[in-house]
Design a protein around this ligand. Structure first.
Ligand code: F6R
Length: 241
């Protein structure tokens, strides 16, 4: 695990965007894994800037997102579909038909989760996956539990995640209690991973991820076993290392 600490979120965004740029320049047909939440926003801003400068072409790339809330229509302003449109997809030339985000409104969640994993496999797997980390050590919506789930699945969100994500809703009551999330196996099969951690609230989780025992009680700790992970942190998130 490669750990890089930068004082500013802007620098983290630029450095991580450089890794996406290198991947896309090496292979314009790259399969990119995207995340939502505050952590990747500076990366999406830098990717948009590189695209605006004519340096990046997403027209042949394919993307897969980590997760979506169960019960939120894709047009709901707090859905991850809406988040990605607003913060990245409306600003670059990634074709809509190449974009994949788990659906939170399928009647048969299990079936659509299997189909999602099959689509990832059919595209040859994810080349570069970006992750945030939950205050409780979750990656995607794989919450602390007794095992590492493999594929995409329905999860019950923990109280800590509901509280942390309430800022995207009018109140905590409105945060959906369930989500569809890529599993730990899906994430670990990505050939390269970038994880972004910023702010004091992430310090315990970052400590567990980097130096703790590998345990599903801190899901991000499994990344110690991945051969190609770069963690970008700010000094607050790296404070306990
Ligand atoms: C989002 C996701 C989550 C977030 C995590 C951190 O798609 O999968 O794991 O990355 O909850 O969220 P922020 O970045 O908002 O602190």
């Amino acid at each position: 695990m490669n750990l890089v600490v930068y004082p500013e979120k802007r620098q983290i965004g630029q450095a991580a965007a450089m890794m996406f740029a290198a991947q896309l320049l090496k292979n314009p047909r790259s399969v990119l894994g995207f995340a939502t939440g505050s952590s990747p926003l500076p990366v999406y801003e830098s990717l948009t800037a590189l695209y605006d400068q004519g340096l990046l072409d997403f027209s042949k790339a394919v993307s897969f997102n980590l997760d979506e809330y169960v019960g939120l229509d894709r047009d709901h302003p707090a859905s991850y579909h809406a988040f990605m449109q607003q913060n990245l997809f409306s600003k670059i030339n990634l074709p809509q038909e190449n974009i994949h985000i788990p659906s939170g409104t399928e009647s048969d969640v299990e079936q659509s989760a299997k189909a999602y994993d099959a689509s990832i496999a059919a595209c040859g797997g994810i080349d570069l996956q970006i992750l945030g980390i939950g205050n409780n050590g979750h990656i995607a919506f794989n919450e602390p539990c007794d095992c590492f789930p493999d594929g995409t699945h329905k999860v019950q969100l923990s109280e800590s995640t509901i509280a942390a994500n309430a800022r995207f809703f009018d109140s905590a009551d409105q945060v959906p209690r369930f989500a569809v999330s890529m599993g730990i196996g899906s994430i670990m099969r990505a050939r390269q991973i970038i994880l972004i951690a910023t702010g004091k609230a992430k310090a315990e989780a970052v400590l567990g991820m980097v130096k703790g025992d590998i345990t599903p009680r801190c899901p991000a700790s499994i990344l110690q076993l991945h051969p190609c992970v770069t963690v970008f942190a700010d000094p607050d998130a790296a404070a306990l290392l």
